[in-house]
Design a protein around this ligand. Structure first.
Ligand code: AMP
Length: 296
């Protein structure tokens, strides 16, 4: 059962966060706490995680923090979209109890000297094109886990590599949290929801539909037999038909290890768990999308 139905309070300091959590835990012995870490500018994808947490826990904490440590020097940290009022409204509607919206100084009063680096899962895909990105994700998620001490934490499969990294990290460190994967939420057009979609011009947005359209064909290709190389080439061919598309990667890997997939007689095994992942730029906007096989 939820603790409250009223609009969530926003707290900006660790002291206030602890006070609220202590109060909940004192008043609700055995009450479960769910955490949904985000960078804000919430959309229906985030809302699906929040609703799931609210339905499975007595108290849901939404964190909104644009974490500078996970952005590279040439990335969009300064122009990342923000809208506190809208975030509060989405959170209220989804049943959030508390919003933790710390400043950068609150989270990092000093530059951390500790780094959390995973090998393997962080190396391909976004790890190759965004050096240091997953170190930034790992440290901020670890800090949030230590601050909130959630029973469950909710992450979207939209960021499938991030989910693999966090799951691996919590297993490696015996972090007492259940990491809950949540499906990708899409627009009716197929476009995966993302805070960064607001950057797209109407023309870019139209062309970006090629990502979900091409991923949709993948299950059939794998069923009829295809090699990893051929799969990647077919995706590249389809995507590069859109003149504004600039492909960063189009790859298939085993999931969640993110290793090179096994092939039998030159074709991918239809029973392997595979991640087919795309990162494509449209103008200045970098979009990611993926499909996990076999599908449920
Ligand atoms: P972000 O604010 O982009 O850091 O995302 C916060 C969380 O929401 C991450 O766990 C994302 O994977 C998840 N998320 C973002 N977009 C979607 C989506 N379209 N469907 C499901 N989850 C999403």
């Amino acid at each position: 059962m939820r603790a409250t139905l009223s609009a969530p309070t926003i707290v900006r300091t660790i002291a206030e966060l602890h006070a609220r959590l202590d109060e909940y835990r004192r008043n609700t012995p055995n009450g479960k706490v769910g955490l949904v870490p985000t960078m804000g500018y919430l959309h229906e994808g985030h809302a699906s995680l929040l609703r799931r947490s609210a339905s499975e826990n007595g108290f849901t904490v939404l964190s909104v923090f644009v974490n500078p440590l996970q952005f590279g020097p040439t990335e969009d940290l300064d122009r990342y979209p923000r809208d506190e009022e809208r975030d509060r409204a989405v959170a209220a509607e989804a049943g959030v109890d508390l919003i933790f919206m710390p400043s950068v100084a609150e989270m990092y009063p000093k530059r951390p000297l500790t780094s959390i680096s995973l090998s393997g899962v962080t190396e391909p895909l976004c790890g190759a094109s965004r050096p240091g990105h997953f170190d930034g994700v790992a440290i901020v998620v670890t800090k949030l886990f230590n601050l909130v001490r959630p029973d469950r934490a909710y992450f979207g499969l939209k960021d499938a590599q991030q989910l693999a990294v966090i799951t691996q990290m919590t297993e490696d460190l015996n972090t007492p949290v259940e990491v809950v994967p949540c499906p990708i939420v899409r627009e009716p057009s197929g476009l995966a929801l993302s805070s960064r979609n607001v950057y797209l011009s109407p023309e870019e947005k139209e062309q970006a539909l090629v990502l979900s359209r091409s991923l949709k064909q993948v299950p059939e290709w794998v069923k009829t037999g295809i090699s990893a190389k051929e799969l990647s080439e077919r995706l590249r061919q389809l995507i590069s038909k859109e003149p504004l598309a600039d492909i960063e990667y189009a790859e298939v890997l085993e999931y969640p290890s993110l290793t090179i997939p096994q092939e039998e007689n030159g074709v991918l095994s239809a029973s392997s768990r595979l991640l087919v992942a795309l990162a494509v730029r449209f103008g200045k906007t970098r979009l990611i999308d993926n499909i996990l096989l076999p599908q449920a």
